[in-house]
Design a protein around this ligand. Structure first.
Ligand code: 8YV
Length: 317
């Protein structure tokens, strides 16, 4: 029996790619040039029954329209902002993602950025490397997490994991969401500006996409103020990045820890030389363990689909 044809828009971890290659006929769209992509779709577009991708690779309506027999899309990401989920669902095509397995690593990254930014770890390393410790003595003091308030925008799975960690560091937690959550006793705000005014660290932990674009506006960032910090492990699109850069330049915000940007991998140049900003290249889930678990979910969801079993992590809009 011939193997099921799968289009690889973006690859997975090597071990899981091997599992996929053992079972399916993989068409490496990810490795093809623009011309080869067109030729590939002409040749096999109507045979493709599954797509494998990630947040970085995405999956758009143009490609969807060229795959008339597509049955499932499996993304190795929790975020779906680069994937045309609604259009897939309209055609009855399920989409799977990778919730839960990355929650802890992403929450760790949020805390790591908070610690590194407030405690000024990078300037401290520089203090030693530049010889300042020897020449000038002790470096200027930094800021404690204990007793500070973390304001989380959106208190979903990852937001709650960040909150639990923040509590362990002695921080208070407040959050913004349309409705208060019954299962937490953190202080709830339904007004984002009021939250920003009251907290020491503001962290959006919300999905990207049109509904949240620019939610952390210039007004919100201005309300945060010159003694407070901004931490982002969600999506660059949720913040007015231009305003963020300007306010950081003017020291109207005390510092920022950023894992995500509007136009990845392009980071606004001005941020590169700011010593009150800590940058990471969108790698919060980038551990061997978590990426393997994410990749395995892709393999297992595909297997479940083709065995007519319930999907492990279907996206429900
Ligand atoms: C990665 C992410 O960027 O899961 C997400 O939504 O943003 C990250 O885990 C990515 O999807 C891994 O390829």
């Amino acid at each position: 029996m011939s193997k099921i044809d799968v289009l690889v828009v973006w690859p997975n971890r090597p071990e899981q790619m091997q599992m996929l290659a053992d079972t399916y006929e993989l068409h490496r769209y990810d490795q093809a040039s623009s011309e080869e992509k067109i030729a590939m779709i002409d040749a096999v577009g109507d045979k493709i029954r599954a797509v494998v991708t990630t947040h970085g690779g995405g999956f758009d309506e143009t490609l969807l329209a060229q795959l008339p027999n597509l049955e499932i899309v499996c993304s190795s990401s929790v975020g779906l902002d680069t994937i045309c989920v609604e259009a897939c669902h309209k055609r009855g095509i399920p989409v799977t993602n990778t919730p839960d397995v990355l929650t802890d690593d992403v929450a760790d990254m949020a805390i790591m950025l908070t610690l590194t930014t407030l405690r000024r770890m990078l300037p401290a390393v520089e203090w030693i490397q530049s010889g300042n410790w020897v020449e000038k003595g002790m470096m200027p003091l930094n800021t404690s997490l204990k007793g500070k308030t973390l304001g989380i925008v959106g208190l979903g799975r990852i937001g709650k994991a960040i909150a639990a960690r923040a509590e362990a560091f002695g921080m208070n937690v407040s959050y913004f969401s349309r409705q208060a959550k019954a299962d937490v006793d953190y202080r709830h705000y339904d007004d984002l500006i009021a939250l920003a005014k009251d907290v020491d660290v503001l962290a959006p932990v919300i999905p990207g996409g049109p509904a949240t674009e620019g939610l952390i506006s210039r007004e919100v960032l201005s309300a945060l103020g010159e003694n407070s910090y901004f931490i982002n492990v969600s999506r660059g699109s949720v913040v007015d990045e231009k305003a963020l850069v300007e306010l950081l330049e003017k020291r109207a915000i005390k510092g920022a820890g950023l894992d995500v940007f509007v136009d990845e991998p392009n980071v606004p140049k001005a941020l590169l030389s700011m010593d009150h900003v800590v940058l990471q290249p969108h790698c919060a889930s980038g551990t061997f363990e978590t990426r393997a678990a994410m990749a395995q979910l892709v393999v297992d969801n595909l297997a479940a689909h083709f065995a007519d079993k319930p999907l492990l992590t279907p996206v429900v809009l």
